[in-house]
Design a protein around this ligand. Structure first.
Ligand code: SF4
Ligand code: SF4
Length: 190
């Protein structure tokens, strides 16, 4: 059974809380702080909280991850999953993965769920992308495409092609590049 593709950007749902999690303070880029993705914010005190909480930037105030703002189950809590889910600019889902656990997204139940979301979203021109610091991997219903190093808001283009056997296959590439990204050399588990 798969969970909803809905990835609202509202506040926490009743019963949901960050608890001891501060993973977004590590994984997200914060422009107002000139903080890159994948490294701890200098104001973060893991296990204690934000040292400038009352004066934290607007980006921090506004952000509520997909676990917090949806009905996703507890296994998706970022403190356990090591994945922060966020809506992306295409209306799809970005799974931002802790570089300390770069393969967390390939684990059960996350990988199959990401694939299921990809299958639901692609017909609507929306997509699922995994980010590990600056590296981006497009998750498509058939293959995953390693797009290499990309800026957080760089758009991704999804294309449908016909395989030699006549079946439909999906490709992903960075917008503005003429070439489809190569498939990940490492096969991803089904
Ligand atoms: S990643 Fe989600 S649960 Fe963790 S601190 Fe950020 S908003 Fe809260
Ligand atoms: S300013 Fe505070 S809330 Fe914002 S990223 Fe840094 S530690 Fe987290």
């Amino acid at each position: 059974m798969t969970e909803t593709t809905s990835m609202p950007e509202g506040g926490p749902l009743p019963g949901k809380s960050c608890g001891s999690c501060m993973l977004c303070c590590k994984l997200l880029a914060i422009a107002e702080l000139n903080k890159p993705e994948g490294t701890w914010c200098k104001h973060a005190k893991p296990g204690q909280g934000c040292s400038i909480y009352a004066d934290r930037p607007g980006e921090c105030r506004k952000f509520h991850c997909g676990y917090l703002s949806s009905e996703l189950s507890e296994e998706w809590h970022p403190v356990k999953s090591k994945i922060v889910l966020s809506a992306n600019s295409a209306g799809g889902i970005t799974a931002i993965v802790d570089p300390g656990r770069p393969d967390a997204w390939r684990e059960a139940p996350f990988y199959l769920q990401l694939k299921a979301w990809a299958g639901e979203l692609l017909p609507q021109q929306r997509y699922v992308v995994v980010r590990i610091a600056k590296r981006a991997i497009a998750v498509l219903p058939d293959h995953d495409w390693d797009l290499g190093i990309m800026e957080p808001h760089e758009p991704i283009v999804m294309e449908v092609a016909v395989a030699p056997d006549g079946s439909k296959m999906y490709r992903a590439r960075r917008a503005g590049t003429g070439h489809a990204a190569r498939a990940s050399a490492k096969p991803t588990p089904a």
